[in-house]
Design a binder for this molecule. Structure first.
Ligand code: FAD
Length: 434
């Protein structure tokens, strides 16, 4: 889906409870009370939308890119938290309402009945904890899978608590139409979790893959190839990625995103280039041939297919080569007539993977710690290197595909923009959302 359509859809989804509450109306109240309700309504709608922005919906993340989706998810979570924290404080100074038999729908009064408020209080405490735990995940040293489970369960709990609070304590949420809308929106949010973690695994449980081979590429990088077991394989575009589950049940949370480094034109087997990083990737070398695998995907928008440009520039740092290798292989296999140039940066010479296959034509190697007699570029991939490798016309007209360390990507993207590359000709994929 197109980014503009997605933004409009998001704004409509988040704003509609607010607009409908305004239409439902009620007796006039002080402005700060209306603001308090407004912030609460907005925060709850945004929290429910966070489920859909979890990155696992292809119609969203394939349209704008997974990293953009996840960044948006993070920013909106913080904004929703801000609104949610403001919500109760703006009620301050209001005479306490208590249960009033003549005002069962709370059109005229605010409830102070704890039976109606407990869920809001619990949500108020849990929401900041959930956001802070996500922000400080690395510093707390939690295992990624444990955090992910806690994040999902916590978010589900908060959604249910806030639904109760909105319907039982809300001036607007208590109205039958609005209650129906909130139940439906919460249903979509919870349903999206069930879809990703239950329905998709159930649907795909027969689409098993087998590990065909595991090869060491460099001291800390591996190539894993999987072959379809009894089905025709995956329909994907070069540069996309999948969630790879190696040796676990299809319902397991032990799955990791990896770019596909093979080309669709290369046949049904799929290869990954994997760098040792944490507890899972450090065990890649122990994976045995024949191990069952599941692939969820393809995801991502890093594709040059159908894009009109005289040339394709591939800028890779370290294992960021993976998706770019898929693109390069596809271009070579399909006889793509566009010019292509790969800039491949590493720290040391023994980190260079696929040197024989890549060759030297159209490939610029850069090392920040080169050996003696190194004939390639020296240093990091930066603005100066880009200017040495690409002419001004190429910078303006070619498509640039970038993947590597965040710092390298920021520098290259910024420089290209400053030199006149249109934003829509810069494609990038970040391996890290934090
Ligand atoms: C779109 C995308 C494509 C990627 N492609 C490649 C690739 O081709 N080759 C490669 O070597 N690496 C790739 N990565 C990074 C790879 O997913 C992580 O290095 C790997 O998951 C680390 O797992 P671990 O258990 O070894 O390390 P951990 O120490 O558990 O994780 C290290 C970091 O990796 C990330 N991570 C871990 N597990 C997950 C998960 N299930 N979902 C999302 N993020 C996770 C987290 O940011 C975490 O902090 C890609 C990441 C993304 C987002």
């Amino acid at each position: 889906m197109k980014p503009l359509f997605l933004i409009i859809a998001y704004l409509v989804a988040v704003a509609s409870p607010l607009v409908l509450s305004w239409c439902v109306g009620g007796p006039p109240r002080a402005i700060h009370q209306e603001l308090a309700s407004g912030f609460g309504i907005l925060a709850f709608a945004m929290i429910l939308m966070e489920f859909v922005l979890s990155g696992r919906f292809k119609s969203i993340s394939n349209g704008v890119g997974m990293d953009v989706t996840m960044r948006f998810h993070q920013v909106m979570a913080r904004t929703a938290l801000f609104f949610a924290l403001l919500h109760p404080f703006l009620y301050q100074g209001t005479p306490s309402g208590g249960a009033r038999p003549w005002d069962p729908t709370r059109q005229l009064t605010l409830t102070t009945d704890f039976a109606d408020l407990w869920s809001g209080v619990a949500g108020f405490v849990l929401l900041p904890s959930l956001v802070l735990l996500a922000i400080g995940r690395r510093q707390l040293g939690q295992k990624y899978e444990t955090w992910r489970l806690m994040h999902g369960v916590g978010a589900l709990l908060i959604a249910l608590l806030l639904l109760h609070h909105t319907v039982y304590a809300g001036r607007y949420g208590a109205q039958p139409y609005m209650a129906g809308l909130w139940v439906a929106m919460t249903g979509i949010a919870v349903g999206s979790l069930l879809f990703v973690y239950l329905i998709v695994p159930l649907r795909d449980r027969g689409r098993r893959w087998r590990v065909a081979c595991v090869n060491r590429l460099t001291p800390r990088q591996w190539e894993v190839t999987v072959a379809p077991a009894g089905h025709s394989g995956l329909d994907f575009k070069a540069g996309q990625f999948v969630w790879l589950n190696l040796g676990h049940s299809r319902f397991s949370l032990q799955e990791h995103p990896f770019s596909i480094s093979s080309a669709p034109a290369g046949g049904p087997e799929i290869s990954f280039m994997i760098k040792e990083l944490g507890d899972f990737t450090q065990t890649i070398g122990q994976i045995e041939t024949g191990t069952a695998a599941y692939l969820d995907g393809p995801y991502g928008s890093l594709s040059v297919e159908g894009r009109d440009a005289p040339g394709v520039a591939l800028i890779a740092g370290g294992v960021g080569l993976a998706p770019l290798l898929g693109i390069l292989r596809q271009m070579r296999l399909t006889g793509d007539t566009r010019k292509v140039r790969l800039v491949y940066g590493n720290r040391t010479v023994d980190q260079i993977a696929y040197a024989t296959e890549l060759g030297s034509e159209g490939v610029v190697y850069a090392l920040s710690e080169p050996p003696e007699n190194w004939g390639g570029e020296v240093g990091f991939i930066d603005a100066a290197l880009i200017d040495r490798v690409f002419s001004s016309d190429e910078i303006r007209e070619w498509i640039f595909v970038i993947c590597g360390p965040a710092i390298m990507m920021d520098i290259v993207e910024e420089h290209l923009i400053s030199r006149g590359t249109p934003a829509h000709r810069i494609l990038s994929e970040r391996f890290d959302y934090d």
